[in-house]
Design a protein. Structure first.
Length: 140
C-alpha cells in the first residue's frame, strides 16, 4: 500500500494522542527524502516564567522531529529506534508564533544515526541548533 504525503503526516500526528507531543501541540508538517519538519506553537504551554519559549520545550520538539525522521527514513520493520543523546544550543528567544524543527541526517549508520536539527521561527530566524543521536536495535 502506497500512502500519500498527507496520509503519512496524518498517521504520524494521530499517534501522538495522550502524549507530550499532544500537550505541547507538536505536529509533523513536512518531509522529504532526507528531512522531516515538525512544528510547535509558542504560547503559555511552552513558556518560561518570563514569557519566552522554554529551552526544554524546544528540545522536546527537536527530539520528536528527529525521532520521527529516524522512523520514517530507516527500515523500522526490522529495527526499532530510540534516542540516546540530545544536545542543544539556544541562540534566540521567541515569544509568539510557531517554531519549526528541521531534522536532517549527518550520519546514517546501521546501528547509530546522527541528526542535525535546526529550529527556526516564523521568519526563518535560527532559534536553536540541536544534535540527536539515535540507535537502531533489532526487533525480537
Amino acid at each position: 500500500m502506497h500512502l500519500s504525503k498527507s496520509e503519512i503526516l496524518e498517521r504520524a500526528n494521530a499517534i501522538t494522542r495522550n502524549t507530550l507531543m499532544e500537550t505541547l501541540e507538536i505536529t509533523m508538517v513536512d518531509f522529504g527524502d532526507d528531512f522531516v519538519v515538525g512544528r510547535m506553537p509558542v504560547n503559555n504551554r511552552v513558556y518560561q516564567p518570563d514569557g519566552v519559549l522554554h529551552g526544554g520545550a524546544t528540545v522536546a520538539l527537536a527530539e520528536t522531529t528527529g525521532s520521527f525522521a529516524a522512523e520514517l527514513l530507516l527500515d523500522t520493520k526490522a529495527y526499532f529506534v530510540r534516542g540516546i543523546e540530545i544536545s542543544a544550543n539556544h541562540i534566540k528567544s521567541v515569544r509568539s508564533g510557531y517554531v519549526y524543527a528541521k531534522a536532517k541526517f549527518v550520519h546514517k549508520g546501521k546501528t547509530t544515526q546522527l541528526f542535525e536539527i535546526k529550529v527556526t521561527d516564523d521568519d526563518e530566524n535560527l532559534i536553536s541548533i540541536c544534535k540527536l543521536t539515535t540507535i537502531s536495535l533489532p526487533r525480537k
